[in-house]
Design a protein around this ligand. Structure first.
Ligand code: NAD
Length: 350
């Protein structure tokens, strides 16, 4: 499997493979850039069809973290970890302590936190082995803990900004919002959307997560294969990436796409396809930065929850600027965001 000539390599600084026989750990940590600070990005535990798929995912995710952290104005570069889930390596304390040793061996070049398939409890095990981890519960109103509610808040306010831009309305009352994936972020987002009067359409492949949202909120459930194309005003992807493609985009009925999932666009060209269809796309790494904003304040020990809230509220302003520029220039929002991120990285630390 080629690495240096890989389509997603994009000048990664380093790539690290880890194996621990006792726990069965197989993990890859990708460090895309440390230009603005230690490479920070969560750990995803997922069942990949092949090692090549895992490599592809970690490379795309870590570059996305460089862009996300730069646009959010954080003292972080970009990196990401994936743990390959399989039957011989079930979730266990041993697995995450082995992973903690792997993170520690990089000496702080990479800082981790939870992502899909990992929880606060897992990060506690990682913390037993390394200080280069965030997303752990704090006390006394200090910033920290599960990043998901902050990601959901940033997405909610980003959806409000997108609705204002695309539909010229201040309220979400009565708007149909489809949430793909009601896990950590999706569930919180559903609560906020419901509180603002939105009508919820949801899908998930995990029945327990669906049952939980249904027990709390009035939702219409649709099959995972149908959600993207359902009759709705706003699509909020909160599951996995690569969902916006040349095949799916022509069938999407929503006029806004704004959600937490990383790497929603299969390729940069798909951003142009959305713009051609007059679908307003909130660049994923701009709208979903709430969690890493909390992680950064926690990691550097320099803030309270109230400061995180204030930082997160700037996400909607950044989106508004991108939406305005897209309107004025006719350029796709993803292109504008990528340009901004690359310029910020090139300028170096603040
Ligand atoms: P999660 O694992 O808690 O939730 C994801 C949910 O999506 C699960 O319930 C899963 O069953 C569901 N799902 C998977 N495939 C699906 C499909 N095809 N159709 C419908 N549902 C499907 O993860 P999360 O922490 O809520 O993160 C969701 C997304 O947001 C991910 O892409 C993640 O990388 C991104 N993200 C999360 C955070 C955060 O703070 N947790 C921050 C930034 C970005």
């Amino acid at each position: 499997m080629g690495v240096f000539n890989h389509a997603e390599f994009d000048n990664h600084e380093s790539l690290h493979y880890f194996h621990d026989e006792a726990s069965g750990l197989q993990a890859i940590i990708a460090v895309h850039s440390t230009a603005l600070g230690p490479a920070a990005g969560g750990t995803r535990r997922w069942t990949y069809a092949s090692d090549a798929d895992a490599l592809n995912d970690v490379l795309r995710l870590s570059r996305g973290m460089t862009y996300k952290n730069a646009v959010a104005g954080l003292k972080f570069g970009g990196g990401k970890a994936v743990i390959l889930a399989n039957d011989t390596a079930p979730k266990s304390r041993e697995l995450f302590t082995a992973f903690g040793r792997a993170v520690n061996s990089l000496g702080g070049r990479y800082v981790t936190a939870e992502d899909v398939g990992c929880s606060v409890a897992d990060m506690r095990y990682v913390r037993e082995q390394t200080e280069f981890v965030s997303g752990l519960p704090q006390s006394g109103g200090d910033a920290g803990g599960d990043p998901s509610p902050w990601t959901a808040l940033g997405c909610f306010e980003g959806i409000q900004a997108a609705v204002k831009s695309r539909f010229a309305r201040d309220s979400l009352e009565g708007l149909r919002v489809g949430v793909q994936g009601v896990g950590h972020v999706g569930l919180h987002l559903c609560r906020l959307l419901h509180g603002a009067g939105a009508v919820l359409i949801v899908s998930d492949v995990n029945q327990d997560n669906l049952d939980l949202v249904r027990s709390e909120l009035p939702v219409t459930e649709v099959a995972p294969a149908e959600l993207l194309f359902a009759d709705m005003d706003v699509l909020a992807p909160c599951a996995l990436g690569n969902i916006l493609t040349s095949t799916t985009i022509p069938k999407i009925r929503a006029k806004i796409i704004a959600g937490a999932a990383n790497n929603q666009l299969a390729t940069a060209m798909d951003g142009a396809r959305l713009a051609e269809r007059d679908i307003l796309y909130a660049p994923d790494y701009v709208i979903n930065a709430g969690g890493i904003i909390s992680v950064a304040r926690e990691y550097y020990g320099d803030g309270s929850e109230e400061q995180v809230r204030a930082d997160v509220s700037r996400i909607k302003d950044r989106l508004q600027t991108i939406f305005d520029e897209a309107k004025a220039s006719g350029r796709p929002t993803n292109e504008l965001a990528d340009e901004l991120a690359r310029n910020l990285v090139a300028e170096g630390p603040l």
